[in-house]
Design a protein around this ligand. Structure first.
Ligand SMILES: Nc1ncnc2c1ncn2[C@@H]1O[C@H](COP(=O)(O)OP(=O)(O)OP(=O)(O)O)[C@@H](O)[C@H]1O
Ligand SMILES: [Mg+2]
Length: 306
């Protein structure tokens, strides 16, 4: 069997998709547990994606979930700075230096796993088949380590961000009340709506309103976006909740400690806690319907392997 067929079969088996050579293999009766993959993104930069990704991860650990955060915002190392940790390796070390996923994960507060994308993810589309195989085999392990994988992306409409969004189980779109944040979020929705695979696979877009004055403010952002989306686009837009504007967020960023840990009773922490509960409920409801990180990679390289 050539390498591409080998990889296709690993991925298919992992996702319980029938393989061509099932006569020779023991079919698995039950799909192995897969981690839910959530991509946190935004139209405009600086709206609170990384803070949301980290603090939501921490709040989810308090609900008993095992969470791994992947920083796919290449170059800026947002998550590392906010968590105050310095991982030794990143995803490209799996590809180029034979490191395993276990060596690439650094554990932070509340035992959240952290993986730096380095420049590895950035070059994902240029990988050779043996590298894709190596990456897939390693990422496969994440399903044993995590219930939820949260990917923090850069802002805006660039190819790699759209690729991530397209292939995730869930997309969390962070929006602030600033008019430019809302118009840029809409621009991103429009691009996704025009991406045939995405608009046909029913991935829901979940709005998180950040830096708002209160509940009503958050709902207002959601109504604006879902209003135009339902009129002009065919995407499903849901509301996840809001995180109020809170001076403690900035204070925590300066201290390089997540606000959820430093100021657990602050307005922002209470907001993120409420969102975490909602995410946890969705997680329980849809646990059997998750394609996992390997499913995501499969979609990613489907055309390449065809
Ligand atoms: N809820 C909030 N209340 C007050 N300030 C906030 C809040 N959320 C974010 N901020 C401020 O916004 C800044 C940017 O946040 P963050 O780094 O999470 O944004 P980002 O979307 O990840 O940015 P980038 O696009 O550069 O990756 C923070 O350093 C903080 O000062
Ligand atoms: Mg960021």
């Amino acid at each position: 069997m050539d390498q591409a067929a080998n990889l296709r079969n690993i991925i298919k088996r992992r996702n319980n998709i029938p393989t061509n050579n099932q006569n020779h293999e023991k079919p698995s009766n039950q799909a192995k547990k897969k981690a839910r993959v959530i991509t946190v993104t935004s139209g405009k930069g600086g709206v609170g994606k990384s803070n949301t990704a980290i603090n939501l991860s921490l709040a989810l650990t308090d609900l008993g979930k095992k969470v791994v955060v992947i920083d796919a915002d290449f170059g800026l190392a947002n998550v590392e700075i906010l968590l105050g940790i310095k991982p030794k390796y990143n995803l490209s070390d799996i590809l180029y230096n034979d490191k395993s996923i276990h060596e690439v994960i650094t554990y932070g507060p509340n035992n959240i796993g952290f993986i730096s994308g380095g420049s590895g993810v950035f070059k994902l589309m240029n990988l050779q088949k043996d590298q894709i195989l190596k990456l897939t085999q390693n990422l496969n392990e994440l399903d044993n380590i995590a219930d939820i994988i949260i990917i923090d992306t850069g802002a805006g409409v660039n190819d790699s961000v759209v690729e991530f969004i397209m292939n995730s189980s869930d997309v969390f779109l962070v929006v602030t009340p600033e008019p430019t944040s809302i118009t840029d979020a809409y621009a991103l929705l429009k691009v996704l709506d025009n991406t045939p695979y995405f608009s046909s696979n029913n991935t829901s877009i979940n709005i998180i309103a950040n830096s708002v004055n209160g509940e009503e403010d958050g709902l207002d952002i959601y109504r604006k976006l879902s209003g135009v989306a339902s009129r002009f686009l065919s995407l499903n837009v849901n509301y996840l909740g809001m995180v109020p504007f809170d001076e403690n967020v900035r204070k925590a960023v300066i201290k390089q400690v997540p606000y959820y840990l430093e100021y657990p009773a602050c307005r922002a922490s209470l907001g993120i806690k409420k969102i975490a509960k909602k995410v946890d409920n969705i997680h329980e409801e849809e646990a059997n319907n998750v394609k996992g990180i390997v499913g995501m990679i499969y979609q990613f390289f489907k055309n390449k392997l065809a």
